[in-house]
Design a binder for this molecule. Structure first.
Ligand SMILES: Cc1ncc(COP(=O)(O)O)c(C=O)c1O
Length: 433
């Protein structure tokens, strides 16, 4: 076997978050900045991983749909997966390669359109599959070639957040072993080519091992009949501590039992992990027991996972005077709990970062900066090329961030300029009489 690619050796791992990029000073804010060199690093790595392990890695669009980079991604990954008709159409228009689609339920008009172009379609229940059985057969008779899969629930997950746990109690995502047994008894499996599960979230190979064991325990009697298996997303392949040797062991053991099945992975985050930024500017600084910097970005509108997950993004102050060996000094996060201590509130250069919206909780976090903040200072939030721009909204009339590609540290291009139209267009039509 070829040497396994090691995620720790990702070319720019060290420079991902903090190296000086002169372009950050020139970009109109707020802006998502997509670093193409870093994205290419991840893609090269994933391509090598797929080849070495003899698996297929496809790209889950839901985490990142900055489609002007789809041609680049498609050079390294063999296909993409969609969460429904619209993402599938986006793939058809912008992403050369296999198109997979999974939705917990499809409407007839969606299925009619999807069956014209997708390569893989996954159903979430036997009833949905059966509902469209005739349409599937008609499309096949008319010469369309595509694969049909069922999503199953492995009934095990290591994910701690209920919001992101597809195998949690009462989950609607995937067929449970009991329902699968009943479905097979009623309808059989003829016409089903593969099985899919997705039960990981930002996880390492040790979690995959456990989920896979549960999947096998519950569904082993059906696996042999399948031509492929899709192990879903949530694999943090491009993280420096990813257990790539363990992944290879897991796949080797699995293949001893199931040598014929093609194995798919469909990560989203791993594609663009640590490859993007959100650049913003300080608009005002006020005091209310603590210093508060109001910035031209919003947790609710531009990085909703900060509130939903919740998590605290890494942030840097753009000031070359406060750099160390070519790297910006990262601001230190101080959690809300620590602020209960009055001495902590007095920490030098501590600021709570908040949005210019009316939502009291639209706060990004509390950070200690290397120097006092000033109006017009620029701040850069890290790891913003995933689940950020796909989830944006214009609540309060917040402008969307511009979309910018960074080709090298000082060479950028504005791919999309945000405008008032983005806000108005989403909210209605001017023609109502
Ligand atoms: C079915 C499915 N596949 C793939 C993904 C991508 O997961 P991630 O971005 O965590 O890798 C998700 C995420 O929710 C998903 O629901």
């Amino acid at each position: 076997m070829q040497q396994l690619p090691n995620p720790k050796k990702l070319l720019s791992q060290q420079t991902r978050t903090s190296s000086i990029k002169p372009a950050f000073h020139e970009i109109e804010t707020p802006a998502y900045v997509f670093d193409l060199e870093l994205l290419r690093d991840n893609l090269k790595y994933l391509h090598q991983l797929a080849n070495t392990l003899n698996v297929k890695i496809i790209f889950a669009q839901k985490s990142y749909s900055f489609y002007s980079t789809y041609p680049l991604i498609s050079r390294y990954l063999s296909g993409s997966t969609a969460s429904g008709l619209y993402e599938a159409l986006l793939a058809k228009e912008e992403f050369p390669g296999e198109i997979h689609v999974y939705s917990p339920a499809y409407k007839p008009e969606e299925i009619i359109k999807l069956l014209k172009f997708v390569d893989f379609i996954y159903f979430n229940s036997f009833d949905q599959w059966q509902k469209y059985f005739d349409l599937i057969n008609q499309a096949k008779k008319a010469g369309r070639k595509f694969q049909v899969g069922l999503r199953v629930n492995p009934e095990y997950s290591e994910t701690e957040h209920d919001l992101y746990n597809p195998a949690g109690r009462f989950s609607r995502l995937g067929i449970t072993a009991e329902m699968f047994k009943q479905g097979v008894a009623k309808y059989g499996l003829e016409g089903i080519d593969g099985l899919h599960f997705h039960a990981l979230c930002e996880e390492n190979a040790d979690s995959l091992a456990k989920v896979l064991t549960s999947f096998e325990n519950k569904f082993s009697s059906y696996i042999q009949q399948m031509s492929w298996l899709n192990f879903g997303g949530g694999h943090h392949f491009t993280r420096a501590d990813y257990q790539v040797d363990l992944l290879a062991d897991i796949l080797r053991d699995f293949r001893l039992k199931y040598p014929e099945q093609t194995i798919y992975f469909e990560p989203g985050e791993a594609i663009s992990l640590d490859t993007g930024y959100l650049v913003c500017e300080v608009l005002d600084i006020i005091q209310n027991e603590i210093n508060i910097a109001i910035v031209d970005t919003s947790a609710t509108c531009h990085m909703p996972d900060v509130l939903e997950m919740p998590y605290t993004p890494r942030v840097f102050l753009l000031d070359e005077k406060y750099c160390k060996e070519g790297y910006y000094i990262e601001a230190e996060n101080i959690d809300d709990q620590s602020l209960k201590n009055p001495n902590v509130i007095k920490t030098n250069n501590l600021y709570r970062l908040g949005a210019p919206t009316c939502l009291a909780g639209d706060v990004i976090g509390n950070y200690k900066f290397p120097r006092p903040l000033k109006i017009n200072d620029r701040l850069v939030f890290c790891d913003m090329a995933l689940y950020a721009h796909v989830k944006t909204n214009t609540f309060n009339g917040m402008p969307l961030p511009n979309l910018v590609t960074l080709k090298s540290p000082d060479n950028f291009e504005v791919e999309r300029q945000a405008a008032y139209f983005d806000f108005k267009n989403r909210l209605g039509s001017a023609d109502v009489k």
